[in-house]
Design a binder for this molecule. Structure first.
Ligand SMILES: Cc1cc2nc3c(=O)[nH]c(=O)nc-3n(C[C@H](O)[C@H](O)[C@H](O)COP(=O)(O)OP(=O)(O)OC[C@H]3O[C@@H](n4cnc5c(N)ncnc54)[C@H](O)[C@@H]3O)c2cc1C
Length: 399
C-alpha cells in the first residue's frame, strides 16, 4: 500500500502539469494513466493546440517551455474573416513587449516534455497501462485499487482523465452537455504560399476553418469544423476532391492546399460538469469542461484550472492548514467554474452568431467585425482574451 498526498488520474497535459506544480509544493503524488508513457519522438503535428502566453508562462516557470517551444511554431499575426463578406479583423504582435501572440504546439510533444520533467521528480510516481478497479473515499482519505493489485491511499484525488472522465462518472458528478452538431476535421496540409507565421480562421456558414502555421513555412495544421453532414461528406471525398474543397473554403488565401497526412474527424460536444468537487475528489480541465475548438482555448483553460488548484492547495499549506479542506476545494470550483462558464458562453455566441446565413445578419456581422477591428478599446479586449490575459488568472500565469 502506498500513502501519498495526491493521486491524479490521467497523464494528459493537465494531469502532468498538475503533478509538477504539486511537486513544487513538496507534496507526494501518484499519476495513474491507462495509456502508455509518452516517448520522445519527432512531432507529426496531427493533433495540435494553440497555446497562449498565459499557458506559456505556467510552462516556463515549470522549466518545460524551452523543450516545447523548440518544436512549436510561434505566430505573430492572427487574421479572422467571414467568407463571402467584407467582415474581417486582424491582430498583430507588438515587439518587444509582445513578440508572439501564441504558439502552435504538437499535443504529444507537450506531454513528452512534461513527462521528461516528471521523471526527474522523486516525489511523483507514475503508473502507466493501468486501470482503476476500485475508487472509494472515506472521511480521512481516498483509496484507489489498480488492476495490477496495487493500492494507493491519498488525501485528495484529481480527475484529469479527459472528456469521458471515469472519475466524473464514478463519482456521479452531474454533467450538462449538448451536441454542437459539428465535427472537426484535422490534418497537416501543404500551402502553396508561405503562411508567414500567421494563424488564420475563416467563418463559413457551415462552420469555422482554421489554418494554423507549423514550423515549416509551407505547412499548416487545419481544424475544419463543419456541420455533421458536411463533415461526413468531406471525410468521404478522395484526397484530390478534399484538397479542392479545402482550397475553395479557404478562398485560396494561401494558394492551393494539399493534404500531407491522413484526415481525422472529432465529433464536437459541449460538456460541463455542474459540480467539480465531491468530498476529496476534484475535477480539472476536459474532465470538467470541453468546448468548441474554434477559439483554440480548451487546453489553455485546463492549464489555468490546474494552476488555480495548485495555488489554492499551496495557500492551504502556507497557512498551516490541512491539504484537504472542503472550503478550499469549493473556492477552486467557484473560481474556475466562472471562467469556464464565460468561455462556454463566448464559444456558443460565436458558433450561433456565425452559422446563420440570413443576409441582414451577415451584414451585421460584417459591420461588427470591421468596427471591432477599428475601435481600439474593443480590439484590445479581444486581444487580451486571445492572449489568455483576461479573467481571474492564477498567480503563476501572470507576467
Ligand atoms: C479538434 C480539436 C482542436 C483543439 N485545438 C485546441 C487549441 O488550439 N488550443 C487549445 O488550448 N485547446 C485545443 N483543443 C482542446 C485540447 O485538445 C484539450 O482541451 C486538451 O487536450 C485536454 O487535456 P486534458 O489533459 O484535460 O485531457 P486529455 O488530453 O484527454 O488527457 C486525459 C488523459 O487521461 C487518460 N485517461 C482517460 N481515462 C482514464 C482512466 N479511466 N484511467 C486512467 N487514465 C485515463 C487518457 O488516456 C489521457 O492520457 C482542441 C480540441 C479538439 C478536439
Amino acid at each position: 500500500m502506498q500513502n501519498l498526498d495526491v493521486t491524479i488520474v490521467g497523464a494528459g497535459s493537465a494531469g502532468l502539469t498538475l503533478a509538477l506544480l504539486l511537486a513544487e509544493l513538496g507534496l507526494t503524488i501518484a499519476v495513474i494513466e491507462r495509456g502508455a508513457a509518452p516517448e520522445l519522438a519527432t512531432p507529426v503535428y496531427q493533433r495540435v493546440s494553440a497555446l497562449n502566453p498565459a499557458s506559456m508562462r505556467v510552462l516556463s516557470k515549470l522549466s518545460v517551455w524551452q523543450g516545447i517551444a523548440a518544436q512549436a511554431a510561434p505566430y505573430s499575426q492572427m487574421q479572422v474573416w467571414e467568407a463571402d463578406s467584407f467582415g474581417r479583423i486582424a491582430f498583430s504582435a507588438e515587439p518587444p513587449q509582445l513578440p508572439e501572440l501564441g504558439w502552435i504546439c504538437d499535443n504529444e510533444a507537450i506531454r513528452q516534455q512534461l513527462y521528461v520533467k516528471v521523471q526527474q521528480q522523486a516525489a511523483i510516481q507514475c503508473y502507466f497501462n493501468v486501470e482503476i478497479s476500485q475508487l472509494a473515499q472515506t472521511e480521512r482519505d481516498v483509496l484507489v485499487q489498480l488492476n495490477n493489485g496495487q493500492i494507493l491511499l491519498s488525501q485528495l484525488l484529481v480527475g484529469a482523465d479527459g472528456v469521458n472522465s471515469f472519475v466524473r462518472q464514478q463519482q456521479q458528478l452531474p454533467l450538462t452537455h449538448w451536441d454542437y452538431n459539428q465535427q472537426a476535421i484535422v490534418a497537416v496540409i501543404a500551402c502553396e504560399e508561405a503562411h508567414q507565421a500567421s494563424a488564420r480562421q475563416a467563418f463559413l456558414a457551415s462552420g469555422p476553418l482554421a489554418l494554423l502555421p507549423l514550423p515549416d513555412a509551407n505547412l499548416c495544421s487545419i481544424v475544419w469544423s463543419a456541420d455533421t453532414d458536411r463533415a461526413e461528406a468531406l471525410m468521404a471525398l478522395d484526397d484530390n476532391a478534399f484538397n479542392q474543397a479545402l482550397t475553395a473554403a479557404s478562398q485560396s488565401v494561401l494558394g492551393c492546399l494539399t493534404l500531407q497526412s491522413a484526415r481525422q474527424a472529432f465529433p464536437l460536444k459541449m460538456r460541463y460538469a455542474s459540480e467539480w468537487v465531491r468530498g476529496r475528489v476534484v475535477l480539472v480541465a476536459d474532465a470538467a469542461h470541453s468546448i468548441h475548438p474554434l477559439a483554440g482555448q480548451g487546453m489553455n483553460l485546463g492549464l489555468m484550472d490546474v494552476a488555480a488548484l495548485a495555488q489554492i492547495l499551496g495557500s492551504q499549506l502556507t497557512a498551516g492548514k490541512p491539504l484537504y479542506e472542503a472550503r478550499a476545494l469549493l473556492a477552486y470550483q467557484r473560481w474556475r467554474k466562472a471562467e469556464a462558464q464565460s468561455m462556454i458562453a463566448t464559444m456558443e455566441a460565436f458558433k450561433r452568431g456565425f452559422s446563420n446565413d440570413l443576409a441582414p445578419l451577415k451584414l451585421l456581422r460584417g459591420v461588427g467585425l470591421v468596427l471591432a477591428d477599428k475601435l481600439p478599446g474593443v480590439k484590445q479586449k479581444l486581444m487580451a482574451a486571445a492572449l489568455g490575459n483576461s479573467g481571474d488568472l492564477p498567480e503563476i500565469a501572470k507576467y
